[in-house]
Design a protein around this ligand. Structure first.
Ligand code: NAD
Length: 294
C-alpha cells in the first residue's frame, strides 16, 4: 500500500523538489499529489521526472487562498486516503515595518497563515475518521525567533507555530502527527519572489535615514548569509522525509544549525533582552552568531 502525500506550492523550490523526489522513489512507496496555484507551471516538475508522468504523481490545481480550489482538490483526493499533508506554500515580505502596506501584510497572512489553516481544515476530518495521518508544515527559523526587517513574515510563521503546537495536543489521541520543519536560508526562488523595497528607491523616501541605513546593512548581511550559508534544496529534503517515514516524528525539526546558538540563547534567557542584543550585534555589528554574551 503506497503512502499518499499531498504537497502545496509545488511549482518551485522545496515543494517541487520534494514532490519530484517522492514520485521518483525507487521503491514506488509514495503516491504524490503535487499541487500548485498555476498549472501552467507544472512543466518544471514534469521535466524533472523525465518526459512521461509516472503513475506515482498527480498534479492538481490548488491555491491555498481560494476555498473553492481547496474543496475541489480535497474532493479529488479524499477518495484515496491521504496519509501525509505537506503545507509548504509560502511567501516572504521584507522591509521596514513603516513601509509594509496593509494589502501586502494581509496577502502574506492569507497565504502563510490562513492558507495553512484552510488546507489543514480541508483534510483533517478524513484523517481524524481514519485515526491516522501526518501534517508537515514548512515553517522557518523566523517562526522561532524574530528577524530584523522580517517582522510580518516572522509574525506569520510564529502564528503557524502556535497553530500547530496547539493542534498537536488535540490530535495526539487521533494518532495524527504534526511536524514543523524550520528551514534557514535555502536556495530557491523564495528571495526572488519576495516583496522587498529598494533602500535607495522612492518607496522609502519618507523613512528616517537611520532606519534606511540599518535596512541597507541588513540587505548586505542577508546577501552574504545566502551566499555563504544557504542550503541547497536537496539538503533540506531528508528532514521532510524523516517526518514522513519516522515512526514518531517530533513536533519541530530544524534543517540547519545555523542560528541554533541564538535560539538557545533565546530559550535560556526568557526575558528576551539577551536575544535582542545578540541578534542586533550579529546582523548590524558583524559579531559571531550568539557569541560574546554577558
Ligand atoms: P518558493 O518561492 O520557491 O516556493 C513557494 C511556493 O509557494 C511557490 O511555488 C509559490 O508559487 C507557492 N505559492 C505562493 N502562494 C501560493 C498560493 N496562494 N497557493 C498555492 N501556492 C502558493 O520558495 P521555497 O523556499 O521553496 O518556500 C517553501 C516554503 O519554505 C515557504 O513556506 C517558505 O516560507 C519556507 N521557507 C523558505 C526559506 C528559504 O530560504 N527559501 C527559509 C525558511 C522557510
Amino acid at each position: 500500500e503506497r503512502t499518499s502525500v499531498l504537497i502545496t506550492g509545488c511549482s518551485s523550490g522545496i515543494g517541487l523538489a520534494l514532490a519530484a523526489h517522492l514520485a521518483a522513489d525507487s521503491g514506488h512507496r509514495f503516491k504524490v499529489y503535487a499541487t500548485m496555484r498555476d498549472l501552467a507551471k507544472s512543466e518544471r516538475l514534469l521535466e524533472r521526472l523525465g518526459s512521461c508522468c509516472p503513475d506515482t504523481l498527480e498534479v492538481l490545481q490548488l491555491d491555498v487562498t481560494d476555498p473553492h480550489s481547496l474543496a475541489a482538490a480535497a474532493q479529488r483526493v479524499q477518495g484515496q486516503q491521504l496519509d501525509v499533508l505537506v503545507c509548504n506554500a509560502g511567501v516572504g515580505l521584507m522591509g521596514p515595518l513603516e513601509t509594509c502596506s496593509d494589502l501586502a501584510m494581509k496577502t502574506l497572512f492569507d497565504v502563510n497563515f490562513f492558507g495553512a489553516v484552510r488546507t489543514i481544515q480541508a483534510f483533517l476530518p478524513a484523517m481524524k475518521r481514519r485515526r491516522a495521518g501526518r501534517i508537515i508544515i514548512s515553517s522557518s527559523i523566523g517562526g522561532l525567533q524574530g528577524l530584523p526587517f522580517n517582522a510580518v513574515y516572522c509574525a506569520s510563521k510564529f502564528a503557524v507555530e502556535g497553530l500547530c503546537e496547539s493542534l498537536a495536543i488535540v490530535l495526539r489521541p487521533f494518532n495524527i502527527h504534526v511536524t514543523l520543519v524550520e528551514c534557514g536560508p535555502v536556495h530557491t526562488s523564495f528571495l526572488a519572489n519576495l516583496q522587498c523595497p529598494d533602500p535607495e528607491g522612492s518607496e522609502l523616501q519618507g523613512l528616517d535615514a537611520e532606519t534606511r541605513g540599518l535596512y541597507r546593512r541588513y540587505l548586505q548581511h542577508c546577501q552574504s548569509l545566502f551566499r555563504d550559508a544557504a542550503q541547497e534544496v536537496e539538503e533540506v529534503l531528508p528532514v521532510f522525509l524523516e517526518a514522513i517515514v519516522s515512526l514518531c516524528p517530533p513536533l519541530r525539526c530544524a534543517s540547519t544549525q545555523l542560528l541554533a546558538p541564538l535560539w538557545r540563547l533565546r530559550l535560556g534567557s526568557p526575558d528576551g533582552s539577551a536575544y535582542v542584543r545578540a541578534m542586533h550585534d550579529f546582523v548590524f555589528c558583524g559579531s559571531e552568531v550568539g557569541g560574546d554574551q554577558p
